[in-house]
Design a protein around this ligand. Structure first.
Ligand SMILES: Nc1ncnc2c1ncn2[C@@H]1O[C@H](COP(=O)(O)OS(=O)(=O)O)[C@@H](OP(=O)(O)O)[C@H]1O
Ligand SMILES: Nc1ncnc2c1ncn2[C@@H]1O[C@H](COP(=O)(O)OP(=O)(O)O)[C@@H](O)[C@H]1O
Length: 214
């Protein structure tokens, strides 16, 4: 398996030079009166990543925050449309997402990413790209039995019938987060409760302040 590190090492960047920009990340964030953060949602298919991340993004919007949501299915329609679901493709998927998220943080935004992101090593690499404290792992913890019962896209049914290979939780690995900053259980909490818990964390950690809320 090619790791993301090996991939980066093989990139042809010898003749490119980094340009510092005149406007800093801090200036951009100050203008928005918030601290950039990355809410990194992870969980099985059907666990509720998109639903909860959308609820959080809507709440942030209503509160006057500047945020953006990168959603798995949507990003795979464009930027990552060339990637499938082998281990290698998932690693490259998460590598690209973490780089895009980093750019959005640089623009001063509160970013949400909603991808299965099954491998702990890739989530650790995404975290390592950011400044201390900016990476907030949000574990959408939903038992596979509940995900399978919900089956909003009929994918578990197809995977069980052998029509989809390498399906997460069935014949492809999911590394359960060991120390997520935020842990929500969608089988026990409503969407609203999950969203309030997550936004509450952002307020308690100072990413959103009185100034942001006006
Ligand atoms: N084999 C297999 N395994 C898991 N998921 C599959 C698969 N094939 C298609 N899908 C659909 O793709 C969505 C997951 O894409 P991600 O980019 O989040 O996956 S990953 O992070 O690269 O593992 C996932 O979306 P969510 O249900 O929103 O998680 C599925 O709709
Ligand atoms: N508390 C909850 N939080 C999130 N989703 C929930 C909850 N209760 C039920 N659901 C339902 O579960 C499904 C989750 O689907 P989705 O958000 O697309 O998950 P994922 O993005 O992880 O694949 C949706 O149909 C949603 O309405």
């Amino acid at each position: 398996m090619t790791t993301a590190n090996e991939k980066t090492a093989s990139m042809k960047t010898e003749n490119t030079v980094w340009h510092n920009q005149q406007i800093s990340k801090e200036q951009r964030a100050n203008l928005k009166q918030q601290k950039p953060a990355l809410l990194w949602y992870t969980g099985l298919s059907g666990s509720g990543k998109s639903t909860v991340a959308n609820a959080v993004d809507s709440l942030l919007f209503k509160l006057g925050c500047h945020s953006y949501l990168l959603d798995g299915d949507n990003v795979r329609h464009g930027l990552n449309g060339d990637l499938g679901f082998s281990d290698e493709a998932r690693i490259e998927n998460i590598r690209r997402i973490s780089e895009v998220a980093k750019l959005f943080l640089d623009a001063g935004l509160i970013v949400s990413t909603a991808f299965i992101s099954p491998f702990a090593s890739d989530r650790a690499l995404a975290k390592a790209k950011l400044e201390e404290g900016e990476f907030i792992e949000v574990f959408i913890d939903t038992p596979i039995s509940v995900c399978e019962q919900r089956d909003p896209k009929g994918l578990y049914k197809k995977a069980r019938a052998g029509e989809i290979k390498d399906f997460t939780g069935i014949d492809s690995t999911y590394d359960v987060p060991t120390l997520p900053q935020i842990h929500v259980k969608t089988a026990e909490q409503s969407v609203e409760q999950c969203a309030e818990q997550i936004v509450g964390y952002l307020i308690s950690q100072g990413f959103i302040s009185e100034a942001t809320l006006g």
